[in-house]
Design a protein around this ligand. Structure first.
Ligand code: FUL
Length: 509
């Protein structure tokens, strides 16, 4: 299950060139490409390079989704397993009440922007009628063998304005060609082609890294560069998870790092191989960059299940994560420069169980209530020090996504004070960097003026796309952000102060 279990190999030069060409196919050729680092680079030069790495537009679009849903569904739902053997008979797959509209409704109520479905998990059973294998829903009794879960979900998502993502497990325990590397690679590419041409736009392709074949198991040499090139060719706007666009956050508990950089240092071969250790504590500090050959934009996606397992098990109906836990996960993923991919597994009926549906409804309600009013919006903003020529600090609190404040190059610290015009009570602070310009802030504190004194109420390291910090309620009229350190310059697009009411109060309304 873990990433270090995945197959590793040395990629020949031709593959490196293919992958570099994947990186370079796009509309803004210089800005978002990996930047080479040299052993001669001084620390200052390294940090300037790190400050120049930008997200590709598809990565930017991905990050703005913030919260997305994951649907694990296959024969495992009927065998009560987490990993199928590949020997399950399609006859067991019969979710008589399956209704993708219900899945979409539940996800939408929770505030999700996309749903990623396990079109094929490790057992090899396909939720669409693939023409390349008999091991599909076409051989199941569901809808008389005429059904297509991918098509039904695609349609339901489209109707409700959600995007679609697809998980296609490289590890396949059923397919006979698995282990016969070129043959299976062609099989996998054929299936990608089906999924990426028959169901409209696909916004994310999930290639998980699991391979549990033991020492006597089959050994498949995955042709990652060819897989990635297929996605780029057929769905150029789709991000590839565990590929060139998005990395695994490194755990399945729902927590991003306190210090979560999107520009990270890599060795080129490591990028091709995905041998970067996604579980490493530090991927983006100066120390990590010093050891790297390249720096590139490689943000973290945080995947976690609402239940202990990824698939539905009736025995876990009373183990659906509490609202408090889900909120903690949200603040520790979306609120730490990551994206939250929350799994909600449908049951044997083909429906999201009432317990999960209710929890997600409540979760959505709390998030909406908390972030409904930004108490800092329209505050009087002023910079306390720094040379003239700054863009106006008012842009941080103008409520617009695409305006931002920045210091001049070379100015890496600043203080911005906000007068809220009246006493306000808040317990959540939000900071956002305009990441289309890169990620720069290394350390910050937030202070409130109470009884004539400035008191620290929050502090952190990286901000990135979004940083959320919770605290006991603070009542103040003046609040300030101190940016203590940043790479090359500092920039902020948004500052927010919010008040989360007691959960029971929100839910009873
Ligand atoms: C892992 C898989 O082995 C699990 O079954 C699950 O799909 C998880 C999201 O990814 O690699």
């Amino acid at each position: 299950m873990k990433f270090h279990d995945r197959i590793r190999r040395i990629v020949p030069l031709s593959c490196i060139l293919t992958l570099l060409s994947i990186f370079s196919c796009g509309s803004t050729p210089t800005t978002w490409q990996p930047i080479p680092l040299s052993p001669e680079d001084t620390d200052e030069q390294l940090l300037i390079k790190a400050a120049h790495v930008l997200p590709h537009p598809r990565q930017l679009q991905w990050q703005q989704r913030e919260l997305i849903g994951f649907i694990h569904f296959t024969v495992n739902t009927f065998t009560d397993k987490e990993w199928g053997e590949g020997t399950e008979s399609p006859s067991i797959f019969n979710p008589a009440e399956l209704d993708c509209r219900q899945w979409v409704k539940v996800c939408k109520e929770a505030g999700m922007k996309m749903i990623i479905l396990t079109a094929k998990h490790h057992d090899g059973f396909c939720l669409w009628p693939s023409q390349y294998t008999d091991h599909t829903i076409a051989a199941s009794p569901w809808r008389g063998g005429k059904g297509d879960v991918v098509a039904e979900l695609a349609q339901a998502c489209k109707k409700e304005g959600l995007e679609l993502g697809l998980y296609l497990s490289p590890w396949d325990r059923h397919e006979p060609t698995y282990g016969d590397s070129p043959k299976y690679n062609q099989y996998y590419i054929n299936q990608l082609e089906e999924l990426l041409t028959q169901y409209g736009p696909v916004a994310e392709v999930w290639m998980d890294g699991a391979c549990g074949e033991g020492p006597n198991g089959k050994r498949q040499e995955y042709d990652w560069p060819a897989y990635f090139a297929t996605v780029r060719r057929l769905q150029p706007d789709a991000v590839i998870f565990n590929g060139p666009d998005v990395r695994w956050v490194g755990n399945e508990a729902g927590y991003a790092r306190e210090t979560e950089w999107s520009p990270i240092g890599v060795n080129t071969l490591d990028v091709l191989e995905y041998k970067i250790n996604p579980q490493a504590k530090d991927l983006g500090s100066l120390e990590a960059i010093r050891k790297a050959n390249y720096i590139l934009w490689y943000p973290a996606e945080t995947d976690v299940s609402i239940r202990p397992g990824w698939f539905y098990h009736a025995a876990e109906d009373d183990k659906v994560k509490t609202i408090e836990k889900l909120l903690d996960i949200y603040y520790s993923s979306v609120g730490r420069n990551s994206l939250l991919l929350l799994n909600i597994p449908p049951d044997r009926r083909g429906l999201i169980h009432e317990a999960d549906a209710q929890r997600l409804r409540d979760f959505g309600k709390v998030i909406r209530s908390t972030f409904a009013e930004n108490l800092a919006k329209g505050a009087k903003a002023s910079e306390q020090r720094g040379p003239p020529g700054f863009h106006s600090a008012a842009k941080i609190v103008d409520g617009k996504e695409d305006t931002y404040w920045t210091t001049q190059e070379g100015i890496s610290s600043a203080t911005i004070e906000f007068d809220l015009k009246q006493l306000r009570t808040f317990n959540v602070v939000m900071l956002q960097e305009p990441i289309a310009q890169g990620q720069h802030i290394v350390a910050f504190t937030v202070e409130a003026r109470q009884d004539g004194q400035w008191r620290q109420i929050a502090q952190g390291t990286t901000i990135g796309y979004k940083r959320l910090l919770r605290m006991d309620p603070v009542t103040a009229q003046q609040v300030r952000i101190r940016i203590n350190q940043s790479r090359l310059f500092a920039a902020l697009s948004n500052f927010g102060l919010f008040y989360q009411k007691p959960i029971q109060e929100i839910l009873s309304q």
